[in-house]
Design a protein around this ligand. Structure first.
Ligand code: PHE
Length: 347
């Protein structure tokens, strides 16, 4: 085979290659032209038939042609792959500059924030935290607290009794923990608080059948009403501010004698009188008193030697005062417009 035939081979190869416009065509052209049964290999095999002095240049020319075909196909292939890639990139474009979808992050409920703050302040004053069960014995909820079965005070706290469990009920206040704590500590002095859920059978616009209280109790020798007043005033000032208006008003509870309620100046009207304080300028925050001797005895203390004071406050009420919430139902209806106002703020 002569040099001119190599040139002819080259021309028909390049023409065939020009027609290969997709990856399949290129692969077919590669097999056809460079394969073991292709014209190049054929030609290389026939080198031995030409004159010895031409063999070298013919071999060289054929090898060059093979390289050229390979390079052309490779180049064409690369270009097609690049085009396919740019097409994919354009079609599957992901706009990472779009703002992300914000993920809602929860936060503590204002009721829990208020509870945490109340507990914090009371711990600072020197109380430690005690626990009691929500399903309580009738005895500890009532009798031990000087509320006998026929006492009209039972009607103050309309009760959920557990019909399958005689003698048990859902505690109507946290006061049974007074007796539990005393029985644990007697005859030693003690200062405890107990935050928790309580249940009463009323359900109207200002009452929920479930609400929250914190009980406080201090028992020891020589504890008097002055300790009660000083403790409650200190507590209220730490919570509401040093210049808060306070009032200790005589009251009645079967388990304390004497009894008093603590009122805080109404933050909604500044004392002028409004709907929330029912025109009085004050809002009641807690009940309190000197622990009744009957209760001290139930707890294992000798009332001749030890005295004590107790208080119980409603967390809902305190949260409302603290955060300026004028409707208790807002604390239960899970309205995010309300709840989100407390996001990020600490109690
Ligand atoms: N247990 C009373 C109530 O629920 C509050 C209270 C507690 C009063 C301790 C005096 C002493 O209303």
């Amino acid at each position: 085979m002569a040099g001119s035939s190599v040139e002819e081979l080259r021309e028909s190869a390049l023409a065939a290659l020009a027609a290969a416009t997709d990856l399949e065509g290129i692969q077919a052209a590669r097999t056809a032209w460079l394969g073991r049964k292709g014209p190049i290999v054929d030609a290389l095999r026939s080198i031995k038939d030409v004159a010895p002095e031409e063999r070298r240049s013919l071999g060289l020319a054929l090898n060059q042609l093979r390289d050229e075909i390979e390079a052309t196909l490779g180049e064409r292939e690369r270009r097609l792959e690049e085009e396919a890639m740019s097409l994919r990139l354009a079609q599957e474009r992901l706009d990472v500059t779009l703002p992300g979808r914000p993920r809602a992050v929860g936060g503590p409920h204002p009721l829990r924030m208020a509870e945490a703050e109340l507990v914090h302040v009371l711990r600072e004053i020197g109380f430690s935290v005690a626990q009691g069960p929500e399903v309580e014995s009738e005895h500890l909820n009532f009798e031990a607290l000087n509320i006998p079965a026929d006492h009209p005070a039972r009607e103050m706290q309309d009760t959920f009794y557990l019909s399958d469990l005689p003698g048990l009920l859902l505690r109507t206040h946290t006061s049974p923990v007074q007796v539990r704590a005393m029985r644990e500590h007697a005859p030693n002095p003690l200062r405890v608080i107990c935050p928790g859920r309580v249940y009463r059978r009323d359900d109207d616009v200002t009452h929920s059948p479930v609400f929250h209280q914190i009980e406080g109790l201090a028992v020891g020798e020589g504890i008097g009403m002055h300790h009660l007043k000083a403790t409650l005033y200190e507590f209220a000032r730490r919570l509401f501010g040093a210049d808060v208006r306070l009032r200790l008003r005589p009251s009645y509870f079967p388990f304390t004698e004497p009894s008093a309620e603590l009122d805080v100046g109404c933050p909604f009207c500044g004392g002028k009188g409004c709907r929330v304080c029912k025109g009085t300028g004050f809002i009641e925050v807690l009940g309190s008193g000197m622990v009744h001797p009957h209760v001290l005895r139930e707890g294992g203390y000798d009332p001749a030697r030890c005295t004590g004071f107790a208080f119980g406050l409603g967390i809902e009420r305190t949260a409302m005062l603290h955060y300026g919430i004028d409707d208790v139902r807002l604390l239960y209806t899970s309205d995010l417009r309300f709840l989100s106002q407390f996001q990020g703020s600490e109690a």
